[in-house]
Design a binder for this molecule. Structure first.
Ligand code: PRX
Length: 649
């Protein structure tokens, strides 16, 4: 099938449709007619200890409850039941290490390892509802730790391993977490990198005494000294060899995990997800959108430290009993065909990645995928940012060989799972456009007053009915949950609740939604979500900095980068030394992912008369766009000065 020019429609190949999990278009209508009972279809993918009484309880909206009074355990659903079903020798996780090592964990192995760790955690004192922080890179112990926590009813809070000591400490404090599972270090490209020293720094910052379990990933490559209340993972596990732990019965609404994400203030938000609704939704979308079957080898190349990895490396695929590939490394180490070599060797059926990765593959050229047999692939997916039609087409042609549908999936940490995308066995694809809302999902594009936007007009992406995978609240902050997500577009007087995503979008005549990006002070850098205020507060913490404003700069290669505009305190020069300290300050407070690529020193920042920094204006300057209205500025003269400095960049 020939690829159409940009913006045109494309039907999924019939070879795909014939075998797809969902093929009947009537599913949209059926879900609408039967809403909310349609969601029983998701719940049926799980095994419940006790049936739920009600699919949806909206009596305390926007604090919705799904599958009320249902009882289940997520670890049982992702592990035990597959063993019991006679699939114990089936591969659960195929791990591909950074140094070329490979390791397969069968469902039986997973059962044993999850149980032994669950027993260990119990022994260390972890009780149900204690939050366990997990700060691990992409090694098998990471999903094992998540499932072990789920087994004993302890919510986990996974902190991305690339985050700094400060970021770890902030998240542990916010969750009152007194247990930590981490490692000595890991390999970054070929070099050993010390994770434990970051942990020790974070622990210095905490008042609570923390019990830490340390996985030995580096062996001889790093000397790791264990302090007070710090234990070697393997030693602990060895003393629990063969132990089993009865999965703790959890209520559908009990918290499965917290995932911190960036918002519009300096404080990260602890998004909480439930056991029943989240797991059902992750499993359902993995089945319906990613078309995963138990016999597949499925690969999502995200990091488990983000929501994508939670839902689509761990919970969704394992709930369905499939084989989930887990890759520790980067796409270009030891060379640029690494991912394609992994696809070929594992005969991967379904591959899910981010547009930023696709754009990098494109830049490197098709010779790398061309060196490998990718014919095992059946479906491709993307997530994290808008995918431009050119990148879409490249993915379709060179990775999918024009045989694989692509699902461009829009969703967020808060939504728990995919929300807007085509169903690959049903919908026509339109490159660059995510697609219609999934069946049962009532997503809309609205204007500032909450009225539906006209086709083609830009507006705000909202969802006016709840869904099982939705966040339940922000950890210990119901008020912020209500005010950030629900108040902007809801009418509490009439008890009509509308969820606001923070994204701008456009809807076509045929109901397809194109996501335009964040409309709040959140940046999307290489698919990573960063709060401008978080970065700014890291920068103003640097000695000599008076004020800072951070915006997203569009680089020549189409990627977004962090650009910082900084004014100095009296007596300080905006020189190279200060620039370096600013970059180091951000790396220490958040992590290298938030590193400003440009630091522009300016005598003053543009401000409104009420003293608010006009980031939008700086964004225009950074991206050499025509400047918006500057009449509201208190200090319009600084614009010219900033432009002059900026041009010298
Ligand atoms: O701006 C949207 C963008 O990523 C944001 C959510 O980021 P996070 O919570 O970190 O979760 C990322 C993975 C689910 C959204 O608000 N985004 C995500 N998927 C898409 C997207 N933008 C456009 N198209 C997408 N497919």
């Amino acid at each position: 099938m020939a690829t159409p020019p940009d913006g045109r429609r494309l039907d999924p190949p019939s070879s795909f449709v014939e075998q797809a999990n969902v093929t009947d278009e009537s599913i949209y209508e059926e879900f609408e007619r039967n809403w909310p009972d349609c969601w029983e279809r998701a719940a049926e993918l799980l095994e419940w200890e006790e049936e739920y009484e009600e699919v949806l309880d909206g009596s305390d909206a926007p604090f919705y409850e799904w599958f009320r009074d249902g009882k289940l355990n997520a670890s049982y659903n992702c592990v035990d039941r597959h063993v019991e079903a006679g699939r114990k020798n089936h591969a659960a996780i195929r791990w591909e290490g950074k140094l070329g090592e490979t390791h397969t964990t069968t469902y039986q192995d997973l059962y044993r390892r999850v149980n032994e760790l669950a027993a260990t955690l119990r022994e260390l004192g972890v009780d149900r509802d204690d939050v366990v922080t997990i700060y691990l890179p992409m090694i098998p112990e990471l999903p094992i730790a998540m499932l072990a926590c789920a087994r004993i009813g302890a919510p986990h809070s996974v902190v991305f391993a690339g985050f700094s000591a400060d970021a770890l400490a902030t998240r542990m404090k916010s969750a009152d977490s007194e247990y930590l599972i981490t490692c000595d270090g890991y390999y970054r490209r070929g070099d050993a990198f010390n994770q434990k020293s970051k942990v020790d720094n974070a622990l210095l910052d905490l008042d609570a005494s923390v019990t830490t379990v340390v996985v030995n990933r580096l062996g001889e490559a790093l000397d790791c000294v264990l302090g007070d209340r710090q234990y070697d993972y393997r030693k602990l596990i060895r003393s629990q060899a063969g132990a089993t732990v009865e999965p703790v019965t959890r209520d559908a609404e009990d918290m499965l995990f917290i995932m911190y994400t960036s918002g519009t203030t300096g404080q990260p938000k602890g998004v909480t997800h439930s056991t029943g609704g989240y797991l059902a939704y992750a499993a359902w979308t993995t089945q319906a959108v990613l078309d995963v079957k138990p016999e597949d080898t499925y690969w999502c190349s995200a990091d488990i430290g983000w929501i994508t990895g939670h839902s689509y490396i761990v919970y969704g695929p394992l709930a369905l009993g499939t084989t989930s590939v887990m890759y520790e490394g980067t796409p270009d180490y030891p060379d640029r065909s690494r991912l394609w070599e992994i696809v070929e060797r594992n005969a991967v059926d379904v591959f899910y990645t981010a547009p930023t990765a696709i754009r990098a593959f494109m830049k490197w050229g098709q010779e790398y995928p061309d060196q490998h047999d990718l014919s095992s692939l059946r479906l491709l997916g993307t997530v994290g940012e808008p995918i431009n039609p050119r990148a879409w087409k490249w993915y379709y042609d060179h990775i999918g060989d024009e045989e694989c549908p692509i699902v461009d999936t829009w969703w967020q940490t808060e939504t728990g799972g995919m929300m807007v995308t085509t169903l690959p066995g049903v919908g026509t694809m339109k490159p660059g456009t995510a697609g219609p809302p999934l069946p049962g999902i009532s997503a809309n594009v609205v204007d500032t007053d909450g009225n539906e936007a006209e086709p083609g007009e830009s507006g705000y992406l909202t969802v006016d009915k709840p869904w099982p995978g939705m966040l339940r609240t922000l950890y210990r902050n119901d008020e912020r949950y209500r005010s950030e997500y629900w108040e902007p577009f809801s009418d509490p007087a009439s008890d009509e609740w509308v969820y606001f995503s923070g994204d701008g979008a456009r809807i076509d005549d045929d109901g397809y939604i194109t996501v335009l990006g964040r409309v709040d002070d959140v940046l999307n850098v290489s698919g990573h979500r960063l709060g401008t205020m978080e970065i700014e507060s890291a920068i103003v913490g640097v000695e000599g900095v008076a004020e800072a404003a951070v915006v997203g700069g569009q680089r020549g290669d189409g990627e977004t980068a962090v650009y910082a505009y900084v004014s100095t305190e009296h007596g300080y020069e905006g020189d190279e030394e200060l620039r370096e300290r600013i970059v180091a300050g951000v790396e220490d407070t958040i992590g290298p992912i938030a590193r400003p690529e440009q630091v522009v020193f300016t005598p003053e920042l543009p401000k409104t008369r009420s003293g608010k920094i006009m980031r939008r204006l700086l964004e225009d300057i950074a991206n050499e766009e025509e400047l918006g209205d500057t009449s509201a500025l208190r200090n319009p003269e600084v614009v010219g000065e900033i432009e002059a400095v900026d041009r010298e960049r």
